[in-house]
Design a protein around this ligand. Structure first.
Ligand code: FES
Length: 163
């Protein structure tokens, strides 16, 4: 038989009250610094991943643009302009037709140029070629056509809107 008495065992914390506060403050500060460090690393990644959606949202936010005095554009000429945040072009063809298209290449996003002598839209980055009347991708690496906009020519300017 054991005659051991079950006396409650009291464990005394060796840390002094002021020392405990210092340790707690250190742990809180270390946790806050860890959170700040994680946020600093995560935010650029979030921006990188979210930017295509934000770019698309801002690109579609603008639905029309009025180009003052653009009705004076000579036949065979082009006017580059910004449609929202993206470059676009207004072409006044020799046959009198007005065509507006996005000027962003569907391959890797370079800005395309209208070449009136060759009557084509050309991308200098990899040699993509588009039809200047329909925006169709004719040759080279572009996988899709350029987007066409609606054009309304008035006395004060040319209104370009999403089709
Ligand atoms: S970006 Fe235009 S052809 Fe490659």
């Amino acid at each position: 038989m054991s005659d051991v008495l079950n006396v409650p065992h009291i464990v005394k914390d060796s840390a002094e009250p002021g020392e405990q506060r210092t340790r707690r403050a250190f742990l809180i500060a270390a946790g806050a610094a860890g959170l700040a460090y994680t946020a600093a690393l995560a935010y650029p990644i979030y921006r990188y991943l979210a930017s295509p959606q934000e770019m698309e949202a801002s690109a579609t936010a603008v639905t029309e643009v009025t180009l003052k005095d653009a009705q004076k554009l000579l036949a065979g000429s082009v006017l580059m302009f910004k449609f929202g945040s993206s470059p676009a072009m207004l072409i006044h063809h020799q046959d009198g037709r007005w065509i507006a298209l996005t000027a962003v290449c569907t391959h890797l996003g370079c800005t395309v140029q209208y070449e009136s002598a060759a009557d084509r839209i050309h991308c200098g980055c990899h040699g993509g070629v588009y039809n200047p009347y329909t925006g169709a991708n004719v040759s080279g690496p572009p996988p899709k056509p350029l987007k066409l906009f609606k054009v309304a020519v008035g006395d004060a300017g040319v209104n370009v809107s999403r089709a």
